[in-house]
Design a protein around this ligand. Structure first.
Ligand code: NAD
Length: 305
């Protein structure tokens, strides 16, 4: 199968590209390198440095005519979405629309859309959060990702589709310089001998899913029945204090955390139910947190040298 991956130079997208190539598919990457890195793109993938909003994207579709489009490219920062909601909507809504129109025009059969759990559900009514939970985004980022899903359902009249709502994804290649990605931030900070900051009391929980497992879900979504939405998650809550302790052991960090006031807009507890992904995709997370964290720390260590 010929698969075009947008955002294939990014953290998750580059792992999706690797998994598709390993499964024997032909892969094309479109990425504007706004946060992605050229060196993360597998050498066997054909790379186009292109913006998903640009009219030039048409020539990529004309030349490549992909069977499937996997859409990972996005404006992914919640705080940028708050300060620049128009930019967020341009990339996440208009960019997605541009892509959808090209899929239809050039006869792609399926679009797989990387969406988000936490930012779409808002403050959870019950845990773990299932896909039927009310959608109450509390940031422009949550709104724009949800809008992308809804446009997909609309275009889905002529196109097969699959929506994967990720929990907190972590693993090698995650950017440690953003405001999200607590595993990457703590790891990088601890390995450089500095003290990480925990916002709030550290008893807040997150559902951490390893990037390799997320890539496998994207492989399974290629052949699964069309027109469904599923969380890609573990269903397990881990406190930030627990995460801190596990990473401190792995990094050989002896200090204690610095605590700062909680950040507005952060949910306190979250875990997403993964039962629909099991039914629909036959997928469950396979990498336990301890193992995933060990792989992540190892990757950050080798990059330091
Ligand atoms: P990332 O920033 O590493 O990857 C995004 C990629 O898209 C980057 O390579 C970037 O250069 C590219 N990109 C951004 N704007 C573009 C544009 N206008 N045109 C072309 N390319 C563009 O982020 P990530 O964490 O790998 O996120 C991948 C997807 O997963 C996103 O859609 C994000 O919303 C979603 N997601 C991520 C998480 C997480 O925990 N990391 C959780 C939920 C959902």
């Amino acid at each position: 199968m010929k698969i075009l991956v947008t955002g294939g130079a990014g953290f998750i997208g580059s792992h999706v590209v690797d998994a598709y190539l390993a499964a024997g598919h032909e892969v094309i990457v479109v990425d504007n390198l706004s946060s992605g890195r050229r060196e993360f793109v597998h050498p066997k993938a054909r790379f186009y440095q292109e913006d998903i909003r640009a009219s030039d994207l048409r020539s990529v579709f004309e030349r490549e005519r992909p069977d499937v489009v996997n859409h990972q490219a996005a404006q992914t920062s919640v705080s940028v979405s708050v300060s620049h909601p128009r930019l967020d909507a341009e990339v996440n809504v208009l960019g997605t629309l541009n892509l959808l129109a090209l899929c239809v025009e050039f006869g792609a059969t399926r679009l797989i859309f990387a969406s988000t759990g936490g930012a779409i559900y808002g403050e959870p009514e019950r845990l773990p959060v299932g896909e039927s939970h009310p959608e109450r985004p509390i940031s422009p980022y949550g709104i724009s990702k949800l809008a992308g899903e809804i446009y997909l359902r609309y275009f889905g009249r002529g196109l097969e589709w699959a929506v994967l709502r990720y929990a907190n994804v972590y693993g090698p290649r995650q950017d440690p310089h953003g405001e999200a990605g607590v595993v990457a931030i703590f790891t990088q900070t601890m390995l450089s001998g500095r003290t990480p900051t925990i916002f709030g009391d550290g008893k807040q929980t997150r559902d951490f899913v390893y990037v390799g497992d997320v890539a496998s879900a994207n492989v399974r979504a290629l052949g699964a029945p069309s027109g469904r939405i599923a969380n890609i998650a573990t269903g397990v809550e881990t406190t930030v204090n627990d995460l801190f302790g596990q990473l401190a052991d792995l990094c050989g960090f002896r200090g204690t955390a610095t605590y700062a006031p909680p950040r507005p807009g952060d949910v306190y507890r979250i875990a997403l139910s993964a039962s629909r992904a099991k039914e629909w995709l036959g997928w469950t997370a396979t990498i336990p947190l301890a193992q995933g964290l060990a792989r992540t720390v190892e990757w950050f260590r080798t990059r330091e040298t």
